[in-house]
Design a binder for this molecule. Structure first.
Ligand code: ARG
Length: 623
Protein backbone atom coordinates (compact mmCIF):
# COMPACT_ATOMS: atom_id res chain seq x y z
CA UNK A 1 0.00 0.00 0.00
CA UNK A 2 1.21 3.44 -0.85
CA UNK A 3 1.82 4.99 2.53
CA UNK A 4 2.21 8.51 1.24
CA UNK A 5 -1.17 8.30 -0.26
CA UNK A 6 -2.63 7.04 2.95
CA UNK A 7 -1.15 9.93 4.88
CA UNK A 8 -2.32 12.43 2.36
CA UNK A 9 -5.69 10.93 2.77
CA UNK A 10 -5.80 11.04 6.51
CA UNK A 11 -4.54 14.59 6.42
CA UNK A 12 -7.27 15.56 4.03
CA UNK A 13 -9.87 13.80 6.07
CA UNK A 14 -8.86 15.70 9.18
CA UNK A 15 -8.81 19.04 7.38
CA UNK A 16 -12.15 18.38 5.85
CA UNK A 17 -13.84 17.19 8.96
CA UNK A 18 -12.80 20.26 10.86
CA UNK A 19 -13.70 22.57 8.03
CA UNK A 20 -16.92 24.45 8.20
CA UNK A 21 -19.65 22.20 7.01
CA UNK A 22 -22.14 23.62 4.65
CA UNK A 23 -25.76 22.90 5.16
CA UNK A 24 -26.81 20.11 2.91
CA UNK A 25 -28.91 20.75 -0.05
CA UNK A 26 -31.96 18.68 -0.37
CA UNK A 27 -33.08 18.39 -3.87
CA UNK A 28 -36.19 16.36 -3.75
CA UNK A 29 -37.83 15.50 -6.97
CA UNK A 30 -41.49 15.50 -7.33
CA UNK A 31 -42.94 12.06 -6.90
CA UNK A 32 -46.21 10.61 -7.92
CA UNK A 33 -46.30 7.92 -5.37
CA UNK A 34 -44.66 7.20 -2.15
CA UNK A 35 -45.42 3.62 -1.45
CA UNK A 36 -45.00 2.22 1.97
CA UNK A 37 -44.04 -1.16 2.95
CA UNK A 38 -46.92 -3.58 2.77
CA UNK A 39 -49.63 -1.24 3.77
CA UNK A 40 -50.07 2.28 4.84
CA UNK A 41 -49.00 2.97 8.31
CA UNK A 42 -49.26 6.45 9.53
CA UNK A 43 -46.55 6.48 12.08
CA UNK A 44 -42.92 5.68 12.19
CA UNK A 45 -41.78 5.17 15.68
CA UNK A 46 -38.33 5.72 16.82
CA UNK A 47 -38.25 3.26 19.61
CA UNK A 48 -40.55 0.68 18.23
CA UNK A 49 -40.06 -2.93 19.03
CA UNK A 50 -37.31 -4.60 17.15
CA UNK A 51 -39.29 -7.54 16.06
CA UNK A 52 -38.99 -10.10 13.31
CA UNK A 53 -38.80 -7.77 10.61
CA UNK A 54 -37.40 -4.68 11.33
CA UNK A 55 -35.00 -2.11 10.31
CA UNK A 56 -36.11 1.39 10.51
CA UNK A 57 -37.33 2.48 7.23
CA UNK A 58 -37.26 6.13 7.90
CA UNK A 59 -39.09 8.79 6.15
CA UNK A 60 -35.93 10.59 7.03
CA UNK A 61 -34.97 13.72 5.32
CA UNK A 62 -33.67 12.83 1.96
CA UNK A 63 -30.04 12.02 2.31
CA UNK A 64 -27.47 12.34 -0.32
CA UNK A 65 -24.13 10.82 0.16
CA UNK A 66 -21.68 13.66 -0.20
CA UNK A 67 -17.95 13.77 0.04
CA UNK A 68 -18.06 14.35 3.77
CA UNK A 69 -20.30 11.36 4.36
CA UNK A 70 -18.17 9.13 2.25
CA UNK A 71 -15.09 10.18 4.17
CA UNK A 72 -16.83 9.65 7.47
CA UNK A 73 -18.39 6.37 6.52
CA UNK A 74 -17.25 3.90 9.07
CA UNK A 75 -17.64 1.16 6.53
CA UNK A 76 -14.59 2.40 4.71
CA UNK A 77 -12.57 2.50 7.90
CA UNK A 78 -10.15 -0.07 6.59
CA UNK A 79 -8.92 2.24 3.85
CA UNK A 80 -5.96 0.63 2.37
CA UNK A 81 -5.43 -1.97 4.99
CA UNK A 82 -6.59 -5.22 3.68
CA UNK A 83 -7.25 -7.53 6.56
CA UNK A 84 -5.76 -10.93 6.36
CA UNK A 85 -8.02 -13.76 5.43
CA UNK A 86 -6.77 -15.61 8.44
CA UNK A 87 -7.75 -13.19 11.13
CA UNK A 88 -10.30 -14.84 13.27
CA UNK A 89 -12.25 -12.10 14.93
CA UNK A 90 -15.61 -12.81 13.49
CA UNK A 91 -18.06 -10.47 15.21
CA UNK A 92 -20.77 -13.10 15.17
CA UNK A 93 -18.62 -15.52 17.15
CA UNK A 94 -19.92 -14.34 20.50
CA UNK A 95 -23.49 -14.70 19.33
CA UNK A 96 -22.92 -18.33 18.94
CA UNK A 97 -21.56 -18.75 22.44
CA UNK A 98 -24.50 -16.80 23.79
CA UNK A 99 -27.01 -19.40 22.68
CA UNK A 100 -25.01 -21.97 24.63
CA UNK A 101 -25.50 -25.00 22.52
CA UNK A 102 -25.03 -28.26 24.36
CA UNK A 103 -21.91 -30.15 23.50
CA UNK A 104 -19.33 -28.73 21.27
CA UNK A 105 -19.85 -30.55 18.01
CA UNK A 106 -23.57 -31.09 18.28
CA UNK A 107 -25.04 -29.29 16.51
CA UNK A 108 -22.14 -29.12 14.15
CA UNK A 109 -20.80 -25.58 14.45
CA UNK A 110 -18.72 -25.95 11.31
CA UNK A 111 -20.18 -24.50 8.17
CA UNK A 112 -19.62 -25.47 4.57
CA UNK A 113 -19.28 -29.13 5.44
CA UNK A 114 -16.43 -28.61 7.83
CA UNK A 115 -15.74 -31.54 10.11
CA UNK A 116 -15.99 -30.87 13.82
CA UNK A 117 -13.56 -32.29 16.40
CA UNK A 118 -14.13 -31.80 20.11
CA UNK A 119 -11.11 -30.44 21.88
CA UNK A 120 -11.33 -30.72 25.64
CA UNK A 121 -14.01 -28.88 27.52
CA UNK A 122 -15.92 -26.17 25.71
CA UNK A 123 -13.70 -26.27 22.70
CA UNK A 124 -14.03 -27.48 19.20
CA UNK A 125 -12.02 -27.33 16.07
CA UNK A 126 -13.38 -27.28 12.58
CA UNK A 127 -11.40 -28.98 9.89
CA UNK A 128 -12.44 -26.99 6.91
CA UNK A 129 -12.76 -28.11 3.37
CA UNK A 130 -10.92 -26.07 0.83
CA UNK A 131 -11.18 -23.19 0.22
CA UNK A 132 -13.05 -22.37 3.42
CA UNK A 133 -11.44 -20.88 6.45
CA UNK A 134 -12.32 -19.44 9.81
CA UNK A 135 -13.18 -20.90 13.18
CA UNK A 136 -16.38 -22.32 11.77
CA UNK A 137 -15.25 -22.56 8.14
CA UNK A 138 -17.55 -19.65 7.49
CA UNK A 139 -15.21 -17.79 5.21
CA UNK A 140 -14.74 -18.50 1.56
CA UNK A 141 -12.24 -16.91 -0.75
CA UNK A 142 -12.52 -13.19 -0.67
CA UNK A 143 -11.99 -11.32 -3.82
CA UNK A 144 -13.64 -8.23 -2.47
CA UNK A 145 -11.80 -7.82 0.78
CA UNK A 146 -12.56 -4.77 2.83
CA UNK A 147 -10.50 -1.96 1.44
CA UNK A 148 -10.05 -3.43 -2.01
CA UNK A 149 -12.14 -0.69 -3.50
CA UNK A 150 -11.19 2.21 -1.28
CA UNK A 151 -14.23 4.43 -1.12
CA UNK A 152 -16.29 2.50 -3.54
CA UNK A 153 -18.30 -0.60 -3.97
CA UNK A 154 -16.74 -3.87 -4.97
CA UNK A 155 -18.84 -5.71 -7.54
CA UNK A 156 -18.30 -9.21 -8.81
CA UNK A 157 -17.70 -9.90 -12.47
CA UNK A 158 -17.37 -13.07 -14.52
CA UNK A 159 -13.88 -12.45 -15.85
CA UNK A 160 -10.56 -12.19 -14.02
CA UNK A 161 -9.84 -10.62 -11.63
CA UNK A 162 -13.56 -11.30 -10.96
CA UNK A 163 -14.23 -7.97 -9.38
CA UNK A 164 -14.46 -4.35 -10.30
CA UNK A 165 -14.57 -1.19 -8.21
CA UNK A 166 -17.48 1.17 -8.61
CA UNK A 167 -16.31 4.38 -7.03
CA UNK A 168 -18.48 6.76 -5.12
CA UNK A 169 -17.94 9.98 -6.92
CA UNK A 170 -15.71 12.05 -6.59
CA UNK A 171 -13.42 9.10 -5.88
CA UNK A 172 -11.70 7.86 -8.98
CA UNK A 173 -11.11 4.52 -10.60
CA UNK A 174 -9.48 2.13 -10.57
CA UNK A 175 -9.29 1.85 -6.81
CA UNK A 176 -11.39 4.75 -5.56
CA UNK A 177 -8.59 6.14 -3.43
CA UNK A 178 -7.94 9.43 -5.16
CA UNK A 179 -10.57 11.99 -5.87
CA UNK A 180 -11.36 14.71 -8.30
CA UNK A 181 -14.46 16.81 -8.17
CA UNK A 182 -15.24 17.89 -11.70
CA UNK A 183 -12.61 16.27 -13.80
CA UNK A 184 -13.43 14.26 -15.68
CA UNK A 185 -16.91 15.67 -15.75
CA UNK A 186 -19.11 13.24 -13.85
CA UNK A 187 -22.30 14.83 -15.16
CA UNK A 188 -24.01 13.03 -18.00
CA UNK A 189 -26.18 14.31 -20.81
CA UNK A 190 -24.42 17.65 -21.04
CA UNK A 191 -24.78 18.42 -17.36
CA UNK A 192 -22.40 20.96 -15.95
CA UNK A 193 -20.26 20.18 -12.99
CA UNK A 194 -20.22 22.92 -10.40
CA UNK A 195 -17.80 22.79 -7.50
CA UNK A 196 -19.41 23.38 -4.20
CA UNK A 197 -16.74 23.47 -1.54
CA UNK A 198 -15.58 19.92 -1.16
CA UNK A 199 -18.44 18.73 -3.21
CA UNK A 200 -19.86 19.04 -6.62
CA UNK A 201 -23.27 19.46 -8.12
CA UNK A 202 -24.43 18.68 -11.58
CA UNK A 203 -26.54 21.33 -13.22
CA UNK A 204 -28.70 19.33 -15.56
CA UNK A 205 -30.14 20.36 -18.90
CA UNK A 206 -33.86 20.61 -18.72
CA UNK A 207 -35.63 17.30 -18.44
CA UNK A 208 -32.66 15.50 -16.97
CA UNK A 209 -32.28 14.75 -13.33
CA UNK A 210 -30.45 12.57 -10.87
CA UNK A 211 -27.21 13.32 -9.14
CA UNK A 212 -25.35 12.92 -12.44
CA UNK A 213 -28.15 14.09 -14.74
CA UNK A 214 -28.29 10.47 -15.78
CA UNK A 215 -32.05 10.19 -15.57
CA UNK A 216 -33.75 11.16 -18.79
CA UNK A 217 -37.06 12.94 -19.30
CA UNK A 218 -38.97 9.81 -20.28
CA UNK A 219 -37.69 7.74 -17.45
CA UNK A 220 -40.79 6.41 -15.78
CA UNK A 221 -42.45 3.16 -14.90
CA UNK A 222 -45.82 1.68 -15.74
CA UNK A 223 -48.02 -0.34 -13.45
CA UNK A 224 -45.80 -2.00 -10.87
CA UNK A 225 -42.64 -1.23 -12.80
CA UNK A 226 -41.79 -4.81 -13.62
CA UNK A 227 -40.82 -3.71 -17.12
CA UNK A 228 -38.98 -0.63 -15.94
CA UNK A 229 -35.51 -0.44 -17.48
CA UNK A 230 -34.68 3.15 -16.65
CA UNK A 231 -31.68 4.56 -14.90
CA UNK A 232 -32.91 5.89 -11.57
CA UNK A 233 -30.48 4.66 -8.95
CA UNK A 234 -31.64 6.44 -5.83
CA UNK A 235 -34.19 5.51 -3.21
CA UNK A 236 -37.06 7.75 -2.22
CA UNK A 237 -34.98 8.74 0.77
CA UNK A 238 -32.00 9.65 -1.37
CA UNK A 239 -29.82 6.66 -0.65
CA UNK A 240 -27.65 5.50 -3.50
CA UNK A 241 -28.57 2.07 -4.80
CA UNK A 242 -26.13 -0.78 -4.60
CA UNK A 243 -25.12 -2.60 -7.75
CA UNK A 244 -27.14 -5.75 -8.15
CA UNK A 245 -23.86 -7.64 -8.43
CA UNK A 246 -22.42 -5.94 -5.40
CA UNK A 247 -20.28 -8.11 -3.22
CA UNK A 248 -21.90 -6.55 -0.18
CA UNK A 249 -25.32 -7.97 -1.10
CA UNK A 250 -23.89 -11.44 -1.55
CA UNK A 251 -21.97 -11.14 1.66
CA UNK A 252 -25.28 -10.59 3.41
CA UNK A 253 -26.54 -13.87 2.05
CA UNK A 254 -28.67 -12.61 -0.81
CA UNK A 255 -28.05 -13.40 -4.42
CA UNK A 256 -30.42 -11.22 -6.44
CA UNK A 257 -29.75 -13.16 -9.60
CA UNK A 258 -31.06 -16.34 -8.07
CA UNK A 259 -33.67 -15.01 -5.74
CA UNK A 260 -36.40 -13.57 -7.85
CA UNK A 261 -38.86 -14.90 -10.36
CA UNK A 262 -37.96 -12.29 -12.87
CA UNK A 263 -34.35 -11.27 -12.82
CA UNK A 264 -34.27 -10.15 -16.49
CA UNK A 265 -33.88 -6.52 -15.60
CA UNK A 266 -31.06 -7.11 -13.16
CA UNK A 267 -27.50 -6.72 -14.29
CA UNK A 268 -24.17 -5.22 -13.39
CA UNK A 269 -25.76 -1.86 -12.68
CA UNK A 270 -27.44 -0.11 -9.79
CA UNK A 271 -30.70 0.89 -11.40
CA UNK A 272 -33.98 0.38 -9.64
CA UNK A 273 -35.97 -2.64 -10.68
CA UNK A 274 -38.95 -4.67 -9.59
CA UNK A 275 -38.01 -8.31 -10.10
CA UNK A 276 -40.36 -9.71 -7.49
CA UNK A 277 -43.77 -8.21 -7.97
CA UNK A 278 -43.50 -5.46 -5.40
CA UNK A 279 -45.43 -2.22 -5.68
CA UNK A 280 -42.85 -0.19 -7.59
CA UNK A 281 -39.18 -0.41 -8.57
CA UNK A 282 -36.85 -0.68 -5.60
CA UNK A 283 -33.21 -1.35 -4.85
CA UNK A 284 -30.87 -2.46 -2.13
CA UNK A 285 -28.76 0.10 -0.31
CA UNK A 286 -26.30 0.02 2.50
CA UNK A 287 -26.35 1.85 5.78
CA UNK A 288 -23.30 1.10 7.87
CA UNK A 289 -23.03 -2.64 7.85
CA UNK A 290 -26.69 -3.20 7.16
CA UNK A 291 -28.19 -4.27 3.90
CA UNK A 292 -31.51 -2.52 3.45
CA UNK A 293 -33.92 -1.93 0.62
CA UNK A 294 -36.30 0.80 -0.24
CA UNK A 295 -38.55 1.94 -3.01
CA UNK A 296 -37.00 4.22 -5.60
CA UNK A 297 -37.37 7.78 -6.61
CA UNK A 298 -38.81 6.84 -9.99
CA UNK A 299 -41.77 8.58 -11.54
CA UNK A 300 -44.80 6.74 -12.66
CA UNK A 301 -45.54 7.31 -16.32
CA UNK A 302 -48.36 9.74 -16.93
CA UNK A 303 -51.68 8.12 -17.76
CA UNK A 304 -51.80 7.53 -21.47
CA UNK A 305 -53.90 9.62 -23.80
CA UNK A 306 -51.57 12.53 -23.46
CA UNK A 307 -48.89 13.27 -25.99
CA UNK A 308 -46.23 11.66 -23.90
CA UNK A 309 -43.84 9.29 -25.58
CA UNK A 310 -43.96 5.57 -25.05
CA UNK A 311 -43.53 4.58 -21.48
CA UNK A 312 -40.71 2.36 -20.68
CA UNK A 313 -37.77 4.58 -21.14
CA UNK A 314 -34.85 4.85 -23.40
CA UNK A 315 -33.03 1.59 -23.43
CA UNK A 316 -30.11 1.56 -21.15
CA UNK A 317 -26.72 0.48 -22.36
CA UNK A 318 -26.32 -2.33 -19.91
CA UNK A 319 -27.52 -5.75 -18.97
CA UNK A 320 -25.27 -8.02 -20.91
CA UNK A 321 -27.14 -11.22 -20.29
CA UNK A 322 -23.98 -13.00 -19.29
CA UNK A 323 -24.18 -11.68 -15.80
CA UNK A 324 -21.93 -13.73 -13.67
CA UNK A 325 -23.35 -16.00 -11.16
CA UNK A 326 -20.70 -14.56 -9.03
CA UNK A 327 -18.67 -16.78 -6.83
CA UNK A 328 -20.44 -16.67 -3.54
CA UNK A 329 -18.00 -15.65 -0.92
CA UNK A 330 -19.77 -17.40 1.90
CA UNK A 331 -21.97 -19.94 0.27
CA UNK A 332 -25.08 -21.19 1.99
CA UNK A 333 -25.08 -18.62 4.69
CA UNK A 334 -28.67 -17.65 4.99
CA UNK A 335 -28.18 -14.40 6.75
CA UNK A 336 -29.49 -11.81 7.74
CA UNK A 337 -29.86 -14.09 10.69
CA UNK A 338 -26.58 -13.37 12.34
CA UNK A 339 -25.72 -16.74 13.60
CA UNK A 340 -24.72 -20.29 12.97
CA UNK A 341 -26.86 -21.95 10.45
CA UNK A 342 -25.56 -25.41 10.04
CA UNK A 343 -28.07 -27.98 11.04
CA UNK A 344 -26.86 -30.78 13.19
CA UNK A 345 -25.56 -33.43 10.90
CA UNK A 346 -26.48 -36.26 13.11
CA UNK A 347 -30.16 -36.33 13.62
CA UNK A 348 -32.09 -38.52 15.97
CA UNK A 349 -34.47 -39.34 13.17
CA UNK A 350 -34.47 -42.57 11.24
CA UNK A 351 -33.73 -41.39 7.73
CA UNK A 352 -34.90 -39.88 4.50
CA UNK A 353 -38.42 -41.24 4.58
CA UNK A 354 -41.34 -39.08 5.64
CA UNK A 355 -41.60 -39.06 9.36
CA UNK A 356 -44.74 -40.67 10.63
CA UNK A 357 -46.83 -37.87 11.97
CA UNK A 358 -48.34 -38.51 15.32
CA UNK A 359 -51.84 -37.68 14.21
CA UNK A 360 -54.13 -40.59 13.89
CA UNK A 361 -56.63 -39.41 11.34
CA UNK A 362 -54.38 -38.53 8.53
CA UNK A 363 -56.35 -37.13 5.71
CA UNK A 364 -53.47 -35.39 4.02
CA UNK A 365 -51.00 -37.24 1.90
CA UNK A 366 -47.96 -35.44 3.28
CA UNK A 367 -46.95 -33.05 5.97
CA UNK A 368 -44.18 -30.54 6.30
CA UNK A 369 -43.32 -30.38 2.63
CA UNK A 370 -43.73 -26.89 1.25
CA UNK A 371 -44.02 -25.95 -2.34
CA UNK A 372 -40.49 -25.80 -3.71
CA UNK A 373 -39.69 -22.13 -3.69
CA UNK A 374 -37.36 -19.72 -5.26
CA UNK A 375 -35.82 -18.10 -2.28
CA UNK A 376 -36.92 -14.56 -2.08
CA UNK A 377 -34.55 -12.91 0.26
CA UNK A 378 -35.86 -9.44 0.52
CA UNK A 379 -35.06 -7.89 3.76
CA UNK A 380 -36.56 -5.37 5.98
CA UNK A 381 -35.29 -7.44 8.81
CA UNK A 382 -37.84 -10.08 7.89
CA UNK A 383 -38.66 -11.82 4.70
CA UNK A 384 -41.81 -11.83 2.70
CA UNK A 385 -43.06 -15.35 2.33
CA UNK A 386 -43.55 -16.57 -1.24
CA UNK A 387 -46.70 -18.55 -2.15
CA UNK A 388 -46.76 -22.10 -0.89
CA UNK A 389 -43.66 -21.77 1.25
CA UNK A 390 -45.51 -22.05 4.57
CA UNK A 391 -48.71 -23.78 3.54
CA UNK A 392 -49.56 -24.76 7.14
CA UNK A 393 -49.71 -21.19 8.39
CA UNK A 394 -53.27 -20.02 9.02
CA UNK A 395 -54.83 -16.78 10.18
CA UNK A 396 -57.30 -17.03 13.04
CA UNK A 397 -59.94 -14.34 12.72
CA UNK A 398 -62.79 -13.23 14.96
CA UNK A 399 -65.86 -11.05 15.03
CA UNK A 400 -68.42 -10.51 17.78
CA UNK A 401 -70.93 -13.36 17.93
CA UNK A 402 -74.02 -13.03 15.80
CA UNK A 403 -72.87 -9.97 13.91
CA UNK A 404 -71.92 -9.49 10.30
CA UNK A 405 -68.93 -7.33 11.04
CA UNK A 406 -65.84 -8.15 9.05
CA UNK A 407 -63.56 -10.75 10.58
CA UNK A 408 -60.30 -9.48 12.04
CA UNK A 409 -57.00 -11.32 12.28
CA UNK A 410 -56.04 -11.92 15.91
CA UNK A 411 -53.64 -14.82 15.89
CA UNK A 412 -51.76 -17.29 13.79
CA UNK A 413 -52.39 -21.00 13.81
CA UNK A 414 -51.07 -24.16 12.24
CA UNK A 415 -52.84 -26.69 10.08
CA UNK A 416 -52.00 -30.19 11.30
CA UNK A 417 -54.73 -32.10 9.51
CA UNK A 418 -57.69 -31.43 7.25
CA UNK A 419 -59.99 -30.41 10.12
CA UNK A 420 -57.50 -29.50 12.86
CA UNK A 421 -55.64 -26.33 13.70
CA UNK A 422 -53.22 -25.84 16.55
CA UNK A 423 -53.03 -22.38 18.03
CA UNK A 424 -52.22 -20.69 21.32
CA UNK A 425 -54.65 -21.08 24.22
CA UNK A 426 -54.68 -17.35 24.83
CA UNK A 427 -56.01 -16.77 21.32
CA UNK A 428 -59.41 -18.23 22.16
CA UNK A 429 -61.96 -15.59 23.04
CA UNK A 430 -65.28 -17.06 23.99
CA UNK A 431 -67.54 -14.18 23.01
CA UNK A 432 -66.52 -14.31 19.38
CA UNK A 433 -67.20 -16.22 16.24
CA UNK A 434 -64.02 -17.59 14.81
CA UNK A 435 -62.92 -18.40 11.30
CA UNK A 436 -59.69 -19.75 9.94
CA UNK A 437 -58.17 -18.59 6.67
CA UNK A 438 -55.48 -20.70 5.06
CA UNK A 439 -53.57 -20.71 1.79
CA UNK A 440 -53.24 -16.93 1.65
CA UNK A 441 -50.40 -14.53 2.18
CA UNK A 442 -52.13 -11.18 2.21
CA UNK A 443 -54.66 -10.31 4.87
CA UNK A 444 -56.48 -7.65 2.91
CA UNK A 445 -56.70 -9.34 -0.46
CA UNK A 446 -58.98 -12.21 -1.44
CA UNK A 447 -56.57 -14.64 -2.95
CA UNK A 448 -57.78 -17.49 -5.14
CA UNK A 449 -55.57 -19.89 -3.23
CA UNK A 450 -57.39 -19.18 0.04
CA UNK A 451 -59.65 -21.58 1.89
CA UNK A 452 -61.85 -20.33 4.70
CA UNK A 453 -63.51 -22.37 7.44
CA UNK A 454 -65.66 -21.72 10.44
CA UNK A 455 -64.45 -23.06 13.73
CA UNK A 456 -66.81 -25.68 15.05
CA UNK A 457 -65.12 -26.21 18.36
CA UNK A 458 -62.18 -24.77 20.26
CA UNK A 459 -60.45 -27.02 22.77
CA UNK A 460 -58.20 -25.09 25.13
CA UNK A 461 -55.77 -27.09 27.22
CA UNK A 462 -57.24 -28.00 30.62
CA UNK A 463 -54.21 -26.61 32.41
CA UNK A 464 -54.03 -23.40 30.47
CA UNK A 465 -53.13 -20.71 32.95
CA UNK A 466 -52.17 -17.07 32.67
CA UNK A 467 -50.08 -15.29 35.28
CA UNK A 468 -48.91 -11.69 35.13
CA UNK A 469 -45.55 -12.83 33.84
CA UNK A 470 -46.21 -15.97 31.89
CA UNK A 471 -48.70 -18.21 30.10
CA UNK A 472 -48.66 -21.90 30.93
CA UNK A 473 -49.85 -24.68 28.63
CA UNK A 474 -50.67 -22.09 26.02
CA UNK A 475 -52.15 -24.40 23.44
CA UNK A 476 -55.55 -25.01 21.87
CA UNK A 477 -57.01 -27.12 19.10
CA UNK A 478 -59.59 -25.80 16.69
CA UNK A 479 -61.89 -28.20 14.92
CA UNK A 480 -63.02 -26.82 11.60
CA UNK A 481 -66.50 -27.09 10.22
CA UNK A 482 -66.44 -29.43 7.26
CA UNK A 483 -68.49 -31.96 5.43
CA UNK A 484 -68.21 -35.68 6.16
CA UNK A 485 -65.20 -35.13 8.36
CA UNK A 486 -63.41 -33.38 5.56
CA UNK A 487 -62.38 -29.75 5.73
CA UNK A 488 -59.24 -28.24 4.24
CA UNK A 489 -58.40 -29.39 0.78
CA UNK A 490 -54.74 -30.19 0.27
CA UNK A 491 -53.35 -27.93 -2.45
CA UNK A 492 -50.10 -26.29 -3.43
CA UNK A 493 -50.89 -23.60 -0.89
CA UNK A 494 -52.56 -25.58 1.85
CA UNK A 495 -50.65 -28.38 3.52
CA UNK A 496 -50.20 -29.68 7.04
CA UNK A 497 -47.07 -29.32 9.16
CA UNK A 498 -45.64 -32.47 10.70
CA UNK A 499 -45.78 -33.01 14.43
CA UNK A 500 -42.43 -33.57 16.11
CA UNK A 501 -41.17 -36.86 17.38
CA UNK A 502 -38.66 -35.64 19.89
CA UNK A 503 -36.55 -32.75 21.08
CA UNK A 504 -34.48 -30.54 18.83
CA UNK A 505 -30.96 -29.40 19.63
CA UNK A 506 -30.12 -26.08 21.24
CA UNK A 507 -28.75 -23.65 18.73
CA UNK A 508 -30.74 -25.14 15.90
CA UNK A 509 -32.14 -22.66 13.42
CA UNK A 510 -35.90 -22.73 13.00
CA UNK A 511 -38.48 -20.60 11.23
CA UNK A 512 -41.20 -18.41 12.69
CA UNK A 513 -43.88 -16.63 10.72
CA UNK A 514 -46.93 -14.47 11.08
CA UNK A 515 -48.80 -11.29 10.32
CA UNK A 516 -47.97 -9.77 13.69
CA UNK A 517 -46.58 -6.40 14.69
CA UNK A 518 -43.36 -5.30 13.07
CA UNK A 519 -41.01 -2.50 13.74
CA UNK A 520 -42.74 -0.82 10.87
CA UNK A 521 -46.21 -1.20 12.19
CA UNK A 522 -47.78 -1.96 15.53
CA UNK A 523 -50.83 -3.18 13.69
CA UNK A 524 -49.01 -5.94 11.97
CA UNK A 525 -48.05 -6.75 8.47
CA UNK A 526 -50.48 -7.28 5.65
CA UNK A 527 -48.19 -9.80 3.99
CA UNK A 528 -47.10 -12.96 5.79
CA UNK A 529 -43.52 -12.59 7.01
CA UNK A 530 -41.03 -15.13 8.18
CA UNK A 531 -37.75 -15.04 10.03
CA UNK A 532 -35.23 -17.47 11.42
CA UNK A 533 -34.57 -17.90 15.10
CA UNK A 534 -32.29 -20.13 17.13
CA UNK A 535 -33.45 -22.53 19.81
CA UNK A 536 -32.12 -21.33 23.13
CA UNK A 537 -30.96 -23.62 25.88
CA UNK A 538 -33.63 -23.99 28.59
CA UNK A 539 -31.34 -23.39 31.58
CA UNK A 540 -29.86 -20.39 29.88
CA UNK A 541 -33.31 -18.93 29.32
CA UNK A 542 -34.26 -19.62 32.94
CA UNK A 543 -31.46 -17.44 34.24
CA UNK A 544 -32.78 -14.65 36.38
CA UNK A 545 -31.77 -11.91 33.95
CA UNK A 546 -33.79 -13.64 31.25
CA UNK A 547 -37.06 -15.28 32.28
CA UNK A 548 -36.16 -16.90 35.61
CA UNK A 549 -38.85 -19.19 36.93
CA UNK A 550 -41.52 -17.81 34.60
CA UNK A 551 -40.37 -20.49 32.22
CA UNK A 552 -41.67 -24.04 32.67
CA UNK A 553 -41.26 -27.24 30.68
CA UNK A 554 -44.29 -26.58 28.54
CA UNK A 555 -42.37 -23.71 26.93
CA UNK A 556 -39.04 -22.96 25.38
CA UNK A 557 -37.23 -19.86 24.18
CA UNK A 558 -36.08 -19.07 20.69
CA UNK A 559 -34.57 -16.00 19.14
CA UNK A 560 -31.44 -14.03 19.82
CA UNK A 561 -30.37 -13.04 23.31
CA UNK A 562 -28.77 -9.92 21.94
CA UNK A 563 -32.20 -8.90 20.66
CA UNK A 564 -33.42 -8.21 17.17
CA UNK A 565 -35.33 -10.88 15.39
CA UNK A 566 -38.43 -12.02 17.26
CA UNK A 567 -42.10 -12.76 16.96
CA UNK A 568 -44.53 -10.15 18.27
CA UNK A 569 -48.19 -9.28 18.97
CA UNK A 570 -50.41 -10.94 16.41
CA UNK A 571 -48.02 -13.80 15.70
CA UNK A 572 -49.32 -15.85 18.62
CA UNK A 573 -50.47 -19.36 17.88
CA UNK A 574 -48.39 -19.38 14.71
CA UNK A 575 -45.71 -21.91 13.91
CA UNK A 576 -42.11 -22.31 14.85
CA UNK A 577 -40.95 -25.10 12.57
CA UNK A 578 -37.57 -26.75 12.26
CA UNK A 579 -36.39 -28.88 9.39
CA UNK A 580 -35.75 -32.57 9.91
CA UNK A 581 -34.68 -34.55 6.88
CA UNK A 582 -35.98 -31.75 4.74
CA UNK A 583 -39.41 -31.86 6.30
CA UNK A 584 -40.83 -29.00 8.34
CA UNK A 585 -41.70 -30.13 11.81
CA UNK A 586 -43.86 -28.03 14.12
CA UNK A 587 -41.82 -27.56 17.26
CA UNK A 588 -43.37 -24.49 18.87
CA UNK A 589 -46.35 -22.17 18.88
CA UNK A 590 -45.78 -18.46 19.36
CA UNK A 591 -46.87 -17.75 22.94
CA UNK A 592 -45.41 -14.80 24.80
CA UNK A 593 -42.38 -12.63 25.45
CA UNK A 594 -41.40 -9.52 27.32
CA UNK A 595 -41.68 -6.82 24.62
CA UNK A 596 -40.50 -7.84 21.17
CA UNK A 597 -36.94 -8.23 20.07
CA UNK A 598 -35.52 -6.89 23.32
CA UNK A 599 -32.13 -7.94 24.62
CA UNK A 600 -32.30 -10.98 26.90
CA UNK A 601 -36.04 -11.26 26.25
CA UNK A 602 -36.39 -13.80 23.46
CA UNK A 603 -39.72 -15.14 22.28
CA UNK A 604 -41.33 -17.93 24.28
CA UNK A 605 -43.05 -20.78 22.47
CA UNK A 606 -45.39 -23.54 23.60
CA UNK A 607 -43.38 -26.75 23.42
CA UNK A 608 -45.35 -28.95 21.05
CA UNK A 609 -43.50 -32.17 22.03
CA UNK A 610 -44.86 -31.66 25.53
CA UNK A 611 -48.43 -31.85 24.23
CA UNK A 612 -48.27 -34.73 21.79
CA UNK A 613 -50.43 -37.04 23.88
CA UNK A 614 -52.90 -34.28 24.54
CA UNK A 615 -53.15 -33.53 20.82
CA UNK A 616 -53.58 -37.19 20.02
CA UNK A 617 -56.31 -37.72 22.56
CA UNK A 618 -58.28 -34.63 21.58
CA UNK A 619 -58.12 -35.20 17.86
CA UNK A 620 -59.10 -38.82 18.29
CA UNK A 621 -62.03 -38.42 20.62
CA UNK A 622 -63.75 -35.38 19.27
CA UNK A 623 -63.72 -35.95 15.54
N1 ARG B 1 -48.74 -12.83 22.89
C1 ARG B 1 -48.44 -12.39 21.58
C2 ARG B 1 -49.64 -12.56 20.67
O1 ARG B 1 -50.72 -12.71 21.15
C3 ARG B 1 -47.18 -12.98 21.06
C4 ARG B 1 -46.03 -12.34 21.68
C5 ARG B 1 -44.76 -12.92 21.30
N2 ARG B 1 -43.78 -12.07 21.86
C6 ARG B 1 -42.50 -12.16 21.66
N3 ARG B 1 -41.69 -11.27 22.14
N4 ARG B 1 -42.01 -13.15 20.97
O2 ARG B 1 -49.57 -12.42 19.47
Amino acid sequence: MNLKLLFLFLFLAVILSTAETKPRKHKKHHRHRHPHHHHNHEHDHDHGPHDIRGHKHGKHAKRKERFQDIINDFFFGYMGEIPDDDDDDDPSEWLYDLQEPEGQCNPNPCENNGVCKEKGKNKFKCNCRKPFKGRRCERGPKICKRGTCGRGECVLTSTPPFYECKCRHPFQPPNCRTFNLCEPNPCKNGGQCVRDGNDFDCTCPSGFRGRFCHVGPNDCFEEDGESYRGTVSETIDGDECLYWNSHFILEKGTDPFNSFEDSDGLGPHNFCRNPDGDLTPWCFYRRGQKLLWNYCDVDECPEDGSDTPPPTVRPVPVDPPKIPTPPRPTPEKPKPTPAPTQKPTQSPQPSEASPTPTLSSNQFSTCGRPQPKKVMTRIFGGLKVPPGALPWQVSLQVRPKRTTQPYKHICGGVLIDSCWILTAGHCIERGNDMQVVMGGLSLDADEPSEQVFNVEEAVVHENYRETPVSVHNDIALLRLEGTNGFCANETQFVKAACLPEGPMADGEECTISGWGATEESDYGSNHLLEANVLLINQEKCSESKIYGSSLDNSMFCAGYLQGGVDSCQGDSGGPLTCKRNNVHVLYGLVSWGDQCGAKNKPGVYARVTHFLDWIKSKTQTSS
